[in-house]
Design a binder for this molecule. Structure first.
Ligand code: SF4
Length: 394
């Protein structure tokens, strides 16, 4: 195989097969990848605009019984720093975030068997009713499977209940690398790739929009990455329920996997992942670059490797912080980073509907409420010190 053949297919908007994908991932130069990724990016999104969302990423519980070896966030029930917030406490937190201009809350937690399904449905219902400017983007596939196990309902029935309560989008976390070989090693209690895919499939059938993620840079091979993208692309062909693909690299700090993987994947590998995903996932409208997980400069570079979205402002984030990995930004800096990379910043919501773009010198109105987002958040909501609250077992 030669790069010429691959380029001919990409520039004539044809799909690459697995074999071609693997060859490209292993043999394509970074500049060839960038050129093809840019072609695909402008095929989907013609204008040189980059979207972002003003969001927060809190966690309602860190108690989890899945024990993934790449995770520094979870605790077991009874651990000194285990916590679970009540719905009241979370709604208060959302109200404060709303007042600071946050428009999306990406809410996830551990898989906590003490929480009944009603805890989750109440959280959604009350968010919709009491914090109407915030779009709930709640609960990963692992939590949804956990809800099914606790309630005795099927996954589709749980998704129906969450939808009735007001949920219409869910985050794509929990995929890691969709290869059972890898999953057995890093998250043996989390289920198979098909478990993640089947929750997503059922969600898409019911009209939910979701993102799709991939955490690479640990025990996976190039073949595993191609497998991940291939089965994700096949699912997208079925219902077109994915809004965006979001890759990030494994952060080893404080995790059991740190004993085997000591270092971060390189920025070069990240740019390769972004570009390769844009080329291979020909049916995904958006590819998200991350200022947060890979650093601001690398995030800006990724906008020239096929990404058209810069993610969220992440007012609160605890999962990467647990691995000693902390980056922060402001709304102003987010807009400036996109502009300095050569694009027009456009604010969006969870479902990628845009609010408006910002010309030189213009910023979202919410910037007035939020000079430095991270400094304006109560310390107690960033690193929880509140003791475990008993929620009952439903
Ligand atoms: S990644 Fe999620 S499911 Fe796995 S241990 Fe951490 S909190 Fe639990």
């Amino acid at each position: 195989m030669q790069i010429k053949q691959i380029k001919e297919k990409v520039f004539s908007n044809q799909r690459l097969n697995r074999e071609e994908g693997l060859w490209l991932l292993q043999n394509g130069s970074l500049l060839d990848l960038a050129e093809m990724a840019e072609h695909r990016r402008y095929f989907h999104n013609l204008a040189p605009k980059v979207t972002f969302v003003i969001d927060s990423n809190p966690n309602y519980t860190n108690i989890c019984n899945i024990d993934c070896i790449f995770c520094a966030f979870y605790r077991h029930e009874g651990d000194a720093d285990a916590y679970t917030y009540t719905v009241d406490e979370m709604i208060e937190r959302f109200k404060k975030a709303e007042a600071r201009g946050v428009r999306t809350v990406l809410l996830q937690g551990g898989v906590n068997p003490a929480l009944p399904l009603e805890y989750y449905t109440e959280m959604i219902r009350r968010t919709r009713a009491e914090v109407p400017k915030i779009h709930p983007h709640f609960f990963s596939t692992s939590e949804i499977i956990g809800m099914a196990n606790v309630s005795g309902l099927s996954v589709p029935a749980v998704l129906e209940k969450l939808k009735e309560a007001g949920l219409n989008s869910i985050p794509g976390g929990g995929a890691e690398v969709l290869s059972d070989k890898v999953k057995k090693k890093i998250s043996s209690k989390k289920g198979t790739s098909e478990d993640w895919l089947s929750v997503m499939r059922e969600a898409h059938k019911l009209g939910y929009k979701t993102t799709s993620t991939m955490m690479y840079g640990h025990l996976e091979s190039d073949e595993d990455i191609v497998e991940h993208l291939d089965i994700t692309r096949a699912l997208q062909d079925e219902y077109h329920g994915f809004t965006a693909f979001i890759p990030w690299s494994f952060k080893p700090g404080n995790t059991p996997l740190e004993k085997i993987i000591h270092t971060y994947a390189s920025s070069t590998r990240y740019l390769q992942m972004i570009a390769f995903a844009r080329i291979y996932l020909d049916n995904f409208p958006h590819i998200q670059a991350s200022w947060f997980s890979e650093g601001k400069k690398t995030g800006q570079m990724a906008l020239h490797f096929g990404a058209d979205d810069f993610g969220g402002t992440l007012e609160e984030e605890n999962v990467h912080a647990s691995a000693n990995f902390v980056h922060t930004t402001t709304i102003k800096e987010m807009v400036d980073l996109i502009r300095d990379a050569g694009f027009t910043p456009v604010e969006r919501d969870t479902l990628y509907h845009t609010y408006g773009e910002f010309a030189e010198g213009e910023y979202p109105a919410s910037i007035l409420n939020s000079e430095r987002l991270h400094q304006s958040v109560d310390a107690s909501i960033i690193m929880p010190t509140i003791p475990l609250v008993a929620l009952g077992n439903g």
